[in-house]
Design a protein. Structure first.
Length: 118
């Protein structure tokens, strides 16, 4: 094997390792997301596949599929208390998701990524 082949092979292996590492770092912890959703009573208003007072998470995921700003918008939605519209036309402030420790963006991001994966 000549030196060019070794460098190319080393580059490919390094790149593959980085892709695998970044993919596993982005993996959603579904159990943690569901636990956070239960702790915050999210499932009172949202079903995973069934609408309740709020849309099913599968519908939320479909609405935002392919949109580059989906994660950012949903993080804002669950952390800001912005108004949520209900099927009967009334509006209420959306409950702000609480984490332990407080304001743990990793937990919020995991929850949002889980919703978007439905």
């Amino acid at each position: 094997m000549n030196s060019t082949s070794r460098i190319t092979l080393a580059g490919i292996l390094t790149g593959a390792a980085l892709v695998l590492a970044s993919t596993s770092a982005l993996a959603v912890d579904a159990d943690a997301a569901k636990a956070l959703a239960r702790q915050n009573n999210c499932l009172k208003c949202h079903g995973i596949d069934k609408d309740k007072d709020g849309p099913a998470y599968s519908k939320v995921a479909a609405k935002y599929k392919g949109k580059a700003d989906a994660e950012e918008k949903l993080i804002h939605h669950v952390t800001s208390g912005e108004k949520a519209k209900f099927p009967d036309g009334h509006e209420e402030e959306h409950k702000i998701v609480k984490t332990s420790p407080p304001n743990d963006m990793a937990q919020i991001k995991n929850l949002v990524q889980w919703v978007l994966s439905q």
